[in-house]
Ligand binder design. Sequence first.
Ligand code: NIG
Ligand code: FE
Length: 398
Amino acid sequence: TSSTGSATSSTTTLITNIASLVTNDPSLGDGSPLGLIQDAAVVIDGDRIAWTGDSRKAPATDNRVDAGGRAVIPGFVDSHSHLVFAGDRTQEFNARMSGRAYSAGGIRTTVAATRAASDEELERNLTHYLAEALRQGTTTFETKSGYGLTVEDESRALRIAAAHTDEVTYLGAHIVSPDHADDPAAYVALVTGEMLDACAPYARWIDVFCEKGAFDGEQARAILTAGKAKGLHPRIHANQLTYGPGVQLAVELDAASADHCTHLTDADVDALASGATVATLLPGAEFSTRAEWPDARRLVDAGVTVALSTDCNPGSSFTSSVPFCIALAVRDMGMTPDEAVWSATAGGAAALRREDVGRLAPGAYADLAFLDAPSHVHLAYRPGVPLVREVWRRGTRV
Ligand code: NIG
Ligand code: FE
């Protein structure tokens, strides 16, 4: 008989001797949001989870793997990165660390380097950073254009990204292209017209950097609305450097996520709590720009769904490490270790409106990170230590 829909053969594997398993399924385990199971086992069938539970109740399988008493968590879902770029911005970072403020203007440096790069160079960079992220436990990632800002350079960035992930975001509206510095309206027309037509076939999402120095609320609304009409779903860079209209616009347009959320009024928090838009916090950006931290505690306490992601890019946050972001969120943003691990897995999945990743329950993809630690809490408790010992993606050890 042949089965359709499964890319891998249907061999079952039992992973046993897991000291502590994060399932993110409250109906499993201890009833907490993390759905923690002690002394657990997982059964993988092909590329999916078939069973999770108490190791003493595990069913018979074809193969058996001993987790060695480690903790196992869902692979991280990094729902925000900018990985199609060339060059780096070491000088800008050095200047910042000697007191210069971050501004979005540095984006132009990366735009020039990215335009000058060959397709092969962009592809090489992307695969390099993806491999780096995978080693640190990231099994699902989103990535964006935004360093091309011409029809050709944006569409090639998305074409290159789409060869590596389903979660591709069109960010032609990162900043007004330097070629249109005198005529932002003409650039918005390009982003919502010819550039959108060229980019939409490669992308699932449309994003805009809604900020002073980038795009205002009305421009952002026009850009996201045009994207929606082309079948792209909105997400938004909002309220990063200053207060602004981005977060409330995101909720109004049912964006999957409002990202950064560093400067929020009570009305912004209320809007997030009342809508379906996830607040994605990106502490690597505050770390690398020496900015004030987003207040995760305030959002969680208001009932907002919070995701944690890297924002990996050569300007504001050059880290691919989700564990590093977890440690920052716990130390400086008021999250508990349980909340931060949830936000970096299930929260990221929510920000991508996905149910098949970010949890280890029957039917989900078998994406797992094995930690050299007895519990997920060590991700925050042991900052800077490479605790991700082994990664499985789609049922296969990588
Ligand atoms: O998410 N905020 C806008 N874009 C990026 C930074 C891009 C850059 O500095 O190159 C961000 O932080
Ligand atoms: Fe970003």
